[in-house]
Unconditional design. Structure first.
Length: 82
């Protein structure tokens, strides 16, 4: 079973620590109990640029037998950055 995570860092700290250059629409309030299947801020690397945006945190066990369980995450996530 997957655990929960905490995210309390402000935007400035994330920019400095990870070199993020573009930001999507995210809620910057501290989050203390982020659970699987919730939206979480994620850093991705596209065309030499680090971007931060919302994505669904998901985990499907490799032992899942039903096709419906293996495909619950749907198509590849898309980050919209303005």
């Amino acid at each position: 079973m997957a655990g929960r995570i905490t995210r309390t860092s402000p935007r400035e700290a994330i920019t400095k620590e990870f070199g993020v250059t573009r930001f999507g629409e995210v809620d910057w309030h501290p989050r203390y109990s982020v659970a699987p299947r919730q939206i979480v801020e994620t850093i991705i690397f596209i065309n030499g640029e680090k971007r931060l945006g919302p994505m669904r945190w998901s985990f499907v066990s490799p032992t899942a037998q039903a096709e419906s369980l293996r495909s619950t995450h749907g198509p590849r996530p898309r980050v919209v950055v303005r």
